[in-house]
Design a protein around this ligand. Structure first.
Ligand code: NI
Length: 227
């Protein structure tokens, strides 16, 4: 499932994230890459261990906690602390699948990557190119969102970032280990959750059939959730 989550960051939060990372230390994006990714990736990355990275990541993590759409779609178990990248002057990231397991540099966190997230921090008119293209069975989906908006997609999918030919594309990227590792099961739960919420607007959350359907949702989640 490919999902657009609008306005994850308010204008104020976006400005604070931008101020923090722009003053930070940017390094070659390949410092953390394996040999295959190093061939595919051309970008800059904010030093993972810098205070600027941590400060900006905390703003994003706090915003995510207040996003019901993110919680419903990702069913997060662990969110990897957000990282930041910048593409300019023709830089790109060729087609790849993200690593299945991600460790932080400090070595005290290890997650299975079920979902990948890109949170756009530059307005679309600030750069040319730079679309995130995610492939699924329907072909490639090109994503370029307003600053503050985020896309969630399965970490199992092939994806690439098209060359940025003008301006600079700054984004945050991170991964989520979900309580429900299977994308199809997670998508079913999300559809059901959204349907229950829409129906609740019409008939009230205490309608006996909705109480029953909400129970089915939780019983499926209980069956599939891993802690
Ligand atoms: Ni990737």
């Amino acid at each position: 499932m490919l999902l657009h989550i609008p306005e994850v960051l308010s204008k104020d939060a976006l400005a604070r994230v931008r101020a923090s990372i722009e003053a930070g230390e940017w390094v070659d994006g390949n410092v953390t890459s394996g040999p295959q990714a190093a061939l595919a990736k051309r970008n800059m990355q904010l030093n993972e261990e810098s205070p600027a990275r941590k400060q900006a990541a905390d703003i994003i993590l706090q915003a995510l906690e207040r996003m019901p759409l993110f919680i419903a779609a990702a069913l997060p178990h662990t969110v990897f602390p957000p990282l930041f990248n910048r593409y300019e002057g023709g830089q790109l990231f060729a087609n790849h699948v993200d690593n299945a397991v991600r460790r932080n540099r400090a070595g005290d966190l290890k997650i299975r990557t079920d979902l990948s997230a890109t949170l756009f921090l530059s307005e679309p008119d600030a750069y040319e190119g730079g679309e995130l293209v995610v492939e699924d069975t329907y072909g490639g989906h090109s994503v370029k969102l307003p600053a503050g908006d985020m896309v969630l997609y399965p970490s199992s999918s092939l994806h690439h970032v098209r060359p940025v030919t003008q301006g600079a594309r700054i984004a945050s990227f991170f991964w989520i280990q979900s309580m429900v590792r299977d994308d199809a099961k997670r998508a079913l739960l999300f559809d059901m959750d959204m349907s229950v919420q829409r129906l609740a607007q019409e008939v009230g959350l205490d309608h006996p059939s909705l109480v029953s359907m909400t129970g089915v949702y939780h019983n499926l989640l209980r069956m599939w959730a891993e802690m």
